[in-house]
Structure formats: structure tokens, C-alpha cells
Ligand binder design. Structure first.
Ligand SMILES: NC(=O)c1ccc[n+]([C@@H]2O[C@H](COP(=O)([O-])OP(=O)(O)OC[C@H]3O[C@@H](n4cnc5c(N)ncnc54)[C@H](OP(=O)(O)O)[C@@H]3O)[C@@H](O)[C@H]2O)c1
Length: 243
């Protein structure tokens, strides 16, 4: 892997992320929020309905590396239904690495769901650990091996409020949001995205798959490029919101 910007030269995923310490920069009333997405050159955020076929092994390593640097990971219900997540930090070495950085051994998994229509047989719910669900549904989640805590709101989850809840009630200093495109639009619309990690895979997929952001924004968000890496023709960008 090489770094194209800034300071061109050889690098690795690990080396690049070493100095990235988002938990040291919580905002006043919410965690620092970073989004992570992979896209094809024609802007598709899914191939065959899932994101896995977009990126390479290096992209997977980048995502795994990022996950070791956040207190919590958030996804929308659509992403959970499509991607069927498992636990985020099962390996002892991952948990130890996180603890050495001063982070909880496993990130808190947070799901935003209007209807609470989630794949309850997914490994995330059967492998133990803790999941926090913000929902507008009055339904009760089924009994699962993992501990599922529910925060209920009426009709709609205000993501600004949800972020404040995570900061105040759960001491979440840094949150990695892994999508999907609907959640991204809501967070951007609320000025709540600080960093955007974007992998651009050298592929064209066509079809009608969503882009990395789907929905209206009140205004165009201006970004600056904080770094750009390349590996085998795949680009790894980190954008920051221009303040
Ligand atoms: N390329 C990538 O990096 C990447 C990353 C993530 C996802 N994806 C792809 O994106 C697709 C999924 O897209 P999506 O738009 O369905 O995903 P999404 O944004 O993860 O989920 C949308 C759902 O989240 C819930 N939700 C979001 N905001 C809410 C709010 N404020 N209040 C209540 N509920 C809220 C609703 O759930 P309910 O339906 O429960 O009401 C809504 O239907 C999949 O194909 C996935 O593979 C790609």
C-alpha cells in the first residue's frame, strides 16, 4: 500500500491508522462520528444486494482496523438485514488491542430500526455480546443469546437525540457508522458526520444499487481530503467535513 496524500510514500493499514485516535475527540454533546463505505467507480454501494463483493482483502483489513478504534459501531436496519452482522470483536488479540488503547474490549453494536424487523438468527444475536437498538416499534425483541437493549422513541428516531443518548448514557466518545445510505443521509443532514472513510474499488457494477448516500440534504456538504492511499488500484480516502 502507498500513501498518495499527504506525504507520499509506502504505508500499511496498521501504520496509517496508528495515529488515528477518534476517542480522544468527542464533540460537546455527541460522539465523534465517522462513516465508512465502499463504492465501485460507478458509485454503487452494493453488488447483488450486499457490499462484500465491492472491496478487496485490504478493504476488509481497513474496516477491521477502524473497528478497533471506536467505542461503538452503528448501522441501519436495512444494512443489518442485508449484511447479517456477527460479533465485532471476538478474538482475544483484538479485544486486548482495544483495551491497550483505552477502549472497551468490544465496540457496542448499535442498530437503528423503525419496525424492529431484524434477522434475529444472525450471529450478532446468537454469539453473545451486547446490542443496543433504537426503535420506533412497540414490539419486544425475542429472547436471544446476546443481550439486546432497546431504546424506544415514537414514530421516528431522531439521530441527533440518539447520538446525545449514546454520549450521555453510554459514554460513547467515538462512533463508527457503517451505513447504510439512508442513515448516512440523515446523519449528514444533521451535520453529524466528522470523517468519511471511502474505499473506491476499481470496478463497474451497473444496475440499480444505491449510492453511499440516498436522501435529501438541506445543503451540499463540503469535504476536504485528509488522506488518500492506494493498493492494487483500489483507493482509500479519508474525507473530513470542512468546518
Ligand atoms: N457499500 C457499503 O459500504 C455499504 C454499507 C452499508 C450498507 N450498504 C448497502 O446498503 C443497502 C441497505 O440500504 P438501506 O438504505 O436499506 O440501509 P440502512 O440505512 O442501513 O437502513 C434503512 C433502515 O434503517 C431504519 N432507519 C434508518 N433511519 C431511521 C430513523 N431515523 N428512524 C427509524 N428507523 C430508521 C429503517 O428501518 P426499518 O426498516 O426497521 O424501519 C430503514 O428502513 C444494502 O444493499 C447494503 O448492502 C452498503
Amino acid at each position: 500500500m502507498r500513501r498518495l496524500l499527504p506525504d507520499p510514500g509506502p504505508t500499511t493499514v496498521e501504520e496509517q491508522l496508528e495515529g488515528y485516535r477518534p476517542w480522544e475527540e468527542p464533540r460537546e454533546e455527541r460522539p465523534l462520528v465517522a462513516m465508512n463505505f465502499a463504492t465501485t467507480v460507478d458509485g454503487r454501494a452494493a453488488i447483488g444486494g450486499v457490499s462484500g463483493p465491492i472491496g478487496s482483502e485490504t478493504d476488509t483489513a481497513m474496516l477491521a482496523g477502524l473497528r478497533t478504534r471506536f467505542d461503538a459501531v452503528m448501522i441501519g436496519a436495512g444494512t443489518m438485514r442485508a449484511e447479517c452482522y456477527g460479533r465485532l470483536a471476538k478474538k482475544p488479540e483484538t479485544r486486548e488491542r482495544r483495551e491497550r488503547l483505552g477502549l472497551p474490549p468490544e465496540p457496542l453494536m448499535v442498530i437503528v430500526s423503525g419496525r424492529l424487523d431484524l434477522p434475529w438468527d444472525a450471529p450478532l444475536f446468537t454469539e453473545g455480546g451486547e446490542v443496543l437498538v433504537f426503535t420506533a416499534s412497540a414490539a419486544e425483541p425475542p429472547q436471544t443469546e446476546s443481550s439486546v437493549r432497546v431504546v424506544r422513541r415514537q414514530d421516528f428516531i431522531d439521530l441527533g437525540q440518539a447520538l446525545r443518548h449514546l454520549r450521555r448514557e453510554r459514554d460513547i466518545r467515538a462512533l463508527l457508522c457503517e451505513g447504510g445510505p439512508g442513515l448516512h443521509a440523515e446523519l449528514e443532514g444533521g451535520n453529524a458526520v466528522d470523517d468519511l472513510f471511502l474505499t473506491i474499488a476499481p470496478k463497474l457494477a451497473g444496475g440499480g444499487a444505491p449510492r453511499i448516500l440516498e436522501g435529501e440534504l438541506p445543503r451540499v456538504a463540503e469535504l476536504e481530503l485528509a488522506w488518500l492511499l492506494e493498493d492494487g488500484g483500489e483507493l482509500f480516502a479519508r474525507y473530513r467535513r470542512r468546518s
